[in-house]
Design a protein around this ligand. Structure first.
Ligand SMILES: Cc1cc2nc3c(=O)[nH]c(=O)nc-3n(C[C@H](O)[C@H](O)[C@H](O)COP(=O)(O)OP(=O)(O)OC[C@H]3O[C@@H](n4cnc5c(N)ncnc54)[C@H](O)[C@@H]3O)c2cc1C
Length: 384
């Protein structure tokens, strides 16, 4: 299989990372194995930051590696192959950091080095009960009062919300404006009085999210990120640059799924019984799903390299990725057979998989985008 990473990348940066992973990275692997606990993620990020590998795409002036998309994807795959878990401060590095670089004041940009070292862990307070896919309906209010804003409302599904030291919050600052306007982005400390967080326990027993309640939370006006009432633009501008992340998803999917399916295929080839041929067909279908995601990734990479603006591949990759993660998990569970009941990993992957069809845009919403923006079908009328 030709995956995105296997394509030639400047050997020096990939080799440099391999050397790092064979040195300090090997110590991390010895310490944590394949653990994805928050402690393991913190340790990995601190070690990567010390070696200058925590922010592959950030410009060097902000402490990043300054890599282009192809190198980032290639390095991302090296990290995945070394079982490096997701960074503890992934939202800070991938989303908040670029927003601070683009819109932050000097004072706000002072957070950038701390985001790399994990001194600051950032979460994103966007979704609310009743405002997920339709984020612009958010109701958390930030009311100007002298030199402060006073915040009241509730956020939900806040990843890393229990561990975060800081939050990039979206709140309504002008309730009379049309709903996409009148929203502002605020940078706030999570230890500010009036903030209460509660863990959300998932079906796996894990708790990666929090609900966060804001009651008369007072923050200075200097917390505003970007212009007043223009938080929507701040968020969209930042997300629009996440092409490398999406291409990385496609590449990792192709890489990981192939490895997982090979294991399952080994088991089912040896297995007897009437189900075995059907299961092998399923595995072949999943292999095709992963290849399609990988090919979309290559196309998006080619577009990026010739300077074309992000196109529909971004949506298609996320759609293909979510569906493939879900289907692969179901196939692996079937391949594990009755053993899945006691061998935890296939069952846990199956329980976690639906999240991939929700985070970053649900499958249904993405299908609508494909229908309207790729196929040119008539738009559904939407409330203003
Ligand atoms: C792993 C994970 C991490 C997350 N991390 C964060 C985070 O850090 N910060 C944060 O703010 N949020 C986070 N979220 C929340 C995420 O952004 C929302 O779950 C997502 O936007 C969907 O919103 P919702 O849950 O309110 O579902 P809803 O939008 O209420 O959707 C419910 C169902 O209705 C469907 N639906 C909704 N609108 C339409 C439509 N127009 N057409 C057709 N079908 C529709 C959806 O597809 C879905 O099946 C995270 C979610 C997950 C799964």
């Amino acid at each position: 299989m030709t995956d995105v990473a296997a394509r030639p990348a400047p050997a020096d940066v990939v080799q440099e990372l391999r050397n790092f992973l064979a040195g300090p990275g090997a110590d991390l692997r010895a310490r944590w194995g394949r653990s994805t606990s928050f402690e393991a993620r913190l340790d990995w990020q601190r070690t990567l930051a010390a070696g200058g590998w925590a922010a592959l795409g950030w410009p060097e002036e902000f402490g990043g590696r300054g890599l282009g998309v192809r190198d980032r994807v290639a390095c991302g795959l090296e990290l995945a192959a070394a079982w490096a878990p997701v960074l503890a401060g992934v939202l800070g590095v991938n989303n908040v950091g670029p927003a601070l670089m683009a819109f932050g004041t000097e004072e706000q940009q002072a957070s950038l080095p701390k985001i790399l070292t994990t001194e600051e862990i950032w979460c994103q307070g966007f979704s609310e009960p009743g405002a997920g896919s339709d984020l612009a309906s958010l109701r958390t209010r930030a009311v100007a009062d002298g030199d402060d804003f006073v915040i009241n409302g509730q956020k939900i599904w806040t990843s890393e919300g229990m561990e975060a030291t800081h939050c990039l919050l979206l709140a309504r600052t002008d309730p009379d404006a049309p709903k996409h306007r009148g929203i502002s982005a605020l940078t706030i400390r999570m230890d500010t009085p009036g903030i209460e967080r509660r863990p959300i326990r998932m079906i796996t027993g894990e708790s990666g999210f929090a609900e966060v309640f804001f009651t008369d939370v007072r923050v200075p006006r200097s917390s505003l990120l970007g212009p007043l009432h223009r938080g929507w633009d701040v968020t969209m501008a930042t997300l629009a640059h996440e092409r490398a992340g999406v291409i990385g998803l496609a590449a990792e999917l192709e890489h990981n799924v192939t490895a997982e399916l090979s294991g399952a295929l080994g088991t089912t080839t040896a297995a007897e019984g009437p189900q075995a041929p059907l299961l092998r067909q399923e595995i072949a279908r999943r292999y095709a799903d992963a290849r399609i995601a990988g090919l979309l990734g290559l196309r998006a990479l080619a577009d990026e390299e010739r300077g074309a603006p992000p196109g529909p591949e971004q949506t298609l990759i996320k759609l293909a990725w979510g569906r493939a993660v879900e289907r692969v998990a179901a196939t692996l569970l079937e391949a594990a057979g009755p053993d899945a009941q006691r061998a935890g990993s296939a069952a846990m992957a199956y329980l976690r998989a639906p999240a991939a069809t929700i985070a970053g845009g649900t499958t249904e919403v993405l299908k609508t985008l494909v229908g309207e923006r790729v196929l040119g079908l008539p738009r559904e009328p939407r409330p203003v």
